[in-house]
Design a protein around this ligand. Structure first.
Ligand SMILES: [Zn+2]
Length: 231
């Protein structure tokens, strides 16, 4: 804001005021956005905006905050930041990479179609080891949040929690089916829970995967990871 002998002017929107009190009480969209940028959601949205620019191979002037605040997608990025938080998305950069490849504008990043692309990508394009990486990431975050080790976290989440994590591709059968602690949880769960797992992880399909020679070297590594995690 600048002060001029005859009037007060907001340097964001150029609105002028005769009275000082009116000037100090003034709030405009740009000021609100600048305030928003200081919040965690705002920071996350801004970081996604920068990733988007980078993937589009475009250069942001300065630190990029001005371009972000003035972007027509500002609200979409804020919404996307909330979406990441609510879903507890495992790999935000991968998600942005996929929606950019699919040429979806930021306004569409939070809809079901975009999310389905993300899940399909994980299933079809990521190698077993990459899927296990996502799972390890999920387990570490869980243990961190619960302030315990990974095996205890697995126990605490329980079979119902694990079912949703598998559905969201945050935990992969590539890892779980090699885990003795998971198998034990499964044996101790109810018939209904076991049925849900069977629907989600088709055992005959996975039996084939886990014995397929083309995955042998990756499976050896997965076994090592499972041992290190002590699950
Ligand atoms: Zn203003």
């Amino acid at each position: 804001m600048s002060i001029n002998p005859n009037h007060f002017e907001c340097h964001h929107c150029s609105k002028t005021f005769v009275r000082e009190t009116a000037y100090y009480n003034h709030k405009c969209k740009i000021m609100e956005k600048q305030e928003g940028l200081k919040t965690l959601t705002g920071q996350c949205a801004f970081s996604c905006f920068k990733t988007w620019f980078m993937l589009k191979k475009r250069i942001l002037p300065g630190d990029g905050s001005k371009a972000f605040i003035e972007s027509k997608y500002y609200a979409s990025f804020i919404k996307f930041a909330e979406f990441i938080k609510n879903l507890n998305l495992t790999d935000t950069d991968l998600y942005i990479q996929i929606v950019v490849e699919k040429d979806l504008p930021p306004v569409m990043w939070t809809n079901d179609l975009a999310y389905r692309y993300y899940l399909e990508y994980i299933d079809k394009k990521l190698s077993p080891l990459q899927q296990v990486d996502l799972s390890v990431n999920t387990l570490m975050k869980m243990a961190d949040k619960m302030e315990c080790d990974v095996p205890t976290a697995l126990q605490k989440v329980g079979i119902i929690g694990l079912i949703s994590l598998i559905r969201e591709r945050k935990l992969s059968p590539w890892l779980l089916l090699k885990s003795s602690k998971f198998m034990q949880l499964l044996r101790n769960s109810s018939r209904d829970e076991q049925n849900q797992i069977t629907d989600l992880i088709r055992p005959e399909y996975w039996q084939y995967n886990l014995t397929n020679s083309k995955y042998q070297s990756q499976l050896t590594q997965i076994t090592k990871i499972v041992q290190e995690l002590n699950i």
